[in-house]
Design a protein around this ligand. Structure first.
Ligand code: ATP
Ligand code: MG
Length: 291
């Protein structure tokens, strides 16, 4: 039995696709803990929080029932389990799509043509809800895995399964028809947790840190020297958070310019800055941005 001692408990996937990114996110929030997948429970040394390692399928229900206060899990699982939980923020990893697909040779080419057909899935609840929203009747064949084999085995006419790259679909002669749900990892919470003043404070502190590290993701800090006459040209090139910081240098007529820059435009911007007269351009990582 885990003591209810005012510490927060956050459930993350024990071992799987979300595990490494979830641990990295918590560590990027400054939380220090050992994580061994053999141990259910890892206390955090410098924050009132304990990390629980669980099967991802169990996380929504454990959060709903208060076994954990918080959880990190795919939106696909949260929706499928229909757990009564509060949802906080999407976390920008674990992207995948729950997709309806059909055999390449199938006559089915539209969602409407799925009416009265058989659809195999491990996501019966989400599929049921989708079919209802489309006013379609179809037989849901609930499987526990290897859904992509169902059409070949003539168990189903279509499948509704998680796709990330589409390689598995192609290998099994299937083509996507419709995306039912675009999912990513998200932070969920027990609905009672925020009524507990100490826990609420901890959750709020953690949320600020999480949003800080999400904000910093994909961004770099850039510094350069330039003649003051080039400032307006340089400022027009920099897509800065607000406006760039300009600091005078000891050498007369020279300034240092500091700015935050998105990773994906970094190289283009650097070339333009050089042409505009910037020199000694330095780019460093950002750990967090608290607004
Ligand atoms: P567990 O043992 O915890 O039940 P699992 O095998 O059910 O693990 P994983 O395959 O590790 O689960 O996937 C965890 C989550 O990662 C999925 O629920 C989904 O949100 C996300 N995900 C991202 N890409 C994919 C993918 N290509 N296939 C399946 N899930 C993916
Ligand atoms: Mg699972």
């Amino acid at each position: 039995m885990i003591a209810n001692n005012g510490r927060l408990k956050i459930a993350i996937q024990k071992s799987g696709r979300l595990t490494d990114d979830s641990i990295s996110l918590l560590r990027a929030c400054g939380l220090e803990f050992e994580f061994q997948k053999q141990s259910l429970y890892s206390p955090c040394r410098n924050f009132g929080l304990d990390v629980l390692a669980l099967r991802d399928d169990d996380i929504p229900e454990y959060v709903q029932d208060g076994v954990a206060d918080l959880g990190i899990v795919g939106e696909n699982i949260v929706r499928e389990k229909r757990a009564q939980v509060a949802t906080f923020t999407k976390l920008g990893y674990g992207h995948c799509r729950l997709t309806l697909s059909v055999p390449r040779r199938s006559k089915i080419r539209t969602v409407a043509q799925l009416n009265r057909k058989r659809i195999a899935t491990t996501y019966p609840a989400i599929l049921q809800q989708f079919l209802r929203s489309q006013k379609l009747k179809a037989e849901i064949i609930e499987l526990s895995g290897s859904v992509e084999l169902a059409p070949t085995l003539d168990v189903a006419d279509a499948i509704c399964d998680i796709v990330s790259t589409g390689t598995t679909l192609r290998m099994n002669g299937l083509v996507p028809l419709h995306v039912v749900l675009a999912s990513e990892a998200m932070l969920i919470a027990n609905r009672e947790t925020m009524k507990h003043p100490e826990k609420k404070r901890l959750v709020e502190r953690l949320l600020i840190r999480i949003s800080g590290s999400l904000q910093a993701r994909g961004k770099r800090y850039m510094m350069m020297n330039a003649p003051s006459s080039a400032i307006s040209r340089i400022a027009s090139i920099l897509p800065s958070l607000k406006s760039p910081t300009v600091v005078p240098l000891a050498e007369a007529g020279m300034v240092a310019v500091h700015s935050v820059i998105a990773e994906d435009v970094l190289w283009d911007v650097m070339e333009k800055l050089k042409e505009a007269g910037a020199s000694d351009i330095i780019v460093i990582p950002i750990e967090t941005i608290i607004r």
